[in-house]
Ligand binder design. Sequence first.
Ligand code: SF4
Length: 712
Amino acid sequence: MGQQQSSVTDRLAQIKGAQVIKSFCYTCPWTCPTEVFVRDGKVVYHKGNPEAPNNIGTRCAKGMASAWVTQDPDRLKYPLLRSNAKGEPGEFKRITWDQALDFMAEKLESIRQKWGPEAVVYLTHHDPNGIFMVQLISQLYGTPNVSIGHGSGCEGDRRSACFTTFGNIFPMHDFAHSQYILLWGMNMLGANQALFESRGLLEAKKRGAKLVVVDPSFTETAQKADEWIPIRPGTDAAMALAMNQVIVEERLHDAAFVRDHCEGFDGFAEHLREQGYTPDWAAPICGIEAETIRRLAREFATRKPAISAIFKGSGYYTNGAAAGRACYLLDAITGQVDGPGNLHLKDFAPIGMPATIPEEAMTKPSKPPLARAMGYKMTAPTSYPVLPEVPNARLPEAVLNDDPYPVRGVIVQAANPVMSDPNRERMQAMFAGLELAVAVEIYMSETALECDLVLPNTSFYEQAEIRQGMWLGAEAILGQPVVPPVGESRPMYDIVKGLAERMGWGQYFDYERWEDWAEKRVETLPVSLEELKARGFWAGELRYGKPAQGLPTKSGKVEIYSHAYADAGLCPYPLWQERSVIPDEAYPLQVTHSKLSAHCNIVTQNNPMLMEICGENWVEINSQDAARYGIRDDQMVVLESPKDKIEIRAKVVEGLVPGAVSIRHGHGFGHWAMGRIAKGKGAHSNNLMDSHTNPLTGTNSYNECKVRVRPA
Ligand code: SF4
């Protein structure tokens, strides 16, 4: 386009009479850079930032519908204080921000005096400006219990596997350059995934790459695949170990790569032999023929560049950490690590901290983080500081039984553990047992209903933020406020400033405008705040080949032999173990979950546009099972586990392993709070499950659940 010509953005701005502000979407964690068109204080249009490598100008349906959040009448507008007894559904009265912050600061001080700083936990799922609260509550107040990576409610097993194998906490995928793509429980085209990855996958397919999807369910991605491998639920580790065995046995591994860049290849070969992890052993476990496992192993090892990638579908079991490691070891032994078309070890942008806190002002925790004290040795690390994730599902034990030590205060931001963790009643009992429960939220959530104090948070359109971009290379993205806050809602940086002033730490959060702290955060970037404002992001050079430069593992290499596991007294190589809940005569069906592309977790169900696309969730059931239990397509059914039952719509399908059911969007529907559009739509399945966690990582094992089904 010639210089004199306007860009599409400029032309659109002219047509709409709007100002364009570069920002990013935070409807889901992939944070796509966006251009937001604003007129008279309202968002009139928005589109992807065409220069950004994350999304290259595009957005998904959720992103396109996201401006609703700035006008939703159900948004929280004022600070609210509980006016009835804990344990009953919350009734609240409006208070001022001064009253709210005084209350919170006093309670935090009283808990610290009585129980110590470790007795306060900060949980966030999305973490809008969570770094401010982390600096206050972790570095100054002194608790090691912060969870800003939401790993325990998400893909903590995969992150743990990537961290222990490659020293990297967040694997990404260079699908665009792959020739062979092997996905384990990963629905790239149906669930929330980075848009450049989904696009790269489809481009690779068009170029002739082979796509193999290992999943009990014929997901949206499986439907595009060259081959769908309908594996029995929770057996991915067995199949991946057997594929490793074939590659090692047939000398198809990359001998130079394992010699120069890996730790423990020979020991792994011995381990596979000793354990007898052959295709003939795996076949009856996985329900996949031994010859198919052999063929896939040979294909994977010889058709390069290749990638073996895993996501939540394989990790929602108590054996999910081993599945993650076995899957990544396929990449390791074939030398398919961090080259074009491989699993990518993402670089992170050097974004500075908003507050400069001198070492002598920091409070060192005197107790270990809850995850360690609870015995989880391989927990996924949070993104900052590198602390283990809080195992949400076990938190009630600390509050109600002081096990492993007392917790008395929980601050929840943009997270809804009552709804999104298993075992709702236990979570509600936990909140009733706290001396301080605070929800920082944009809606009255199921968790907020249980809290003492509810603080209205700004949405991503109403606040500033600088965070890591979700792209292969190092990237920093800037969110700018584009419209005024709804009601009296405040961003986290203002809430933390107000708290810090009351708690004697005001000097560390002494900014007046958001630009003051933003200037500080970009000092370590090769770009100014003004440049970031104009462009919306900064992207560093895309680097490949990091194993040759040394990795941040104990050995500096790819750890096939995991020092982290060995140092913790565990087998350094992945072991096969059956999952913990097995269907039986009384409850013959295995629960699995998959997501919906029009929704993200528990945050989109009050959006009328997205609810028009997809207004409820459902359970998929194989036609053979449907015939056996008298279920017709589109009929309401009762799903019953040993713990609870729900009514949900059934879809009878061919594309699902018999003996399993697949609940769509397990955490997002069946709200009894949140907003008038979300309330009462679809079914909430989490209460079917008990609080099973992965014994190594503390991640929720949502699929450790068996059910029976009957017509409603
Ligand atoms: S992928 Fe996520 S961040 Fe990107 S537009 Fe969609 S909802 Fe927004």
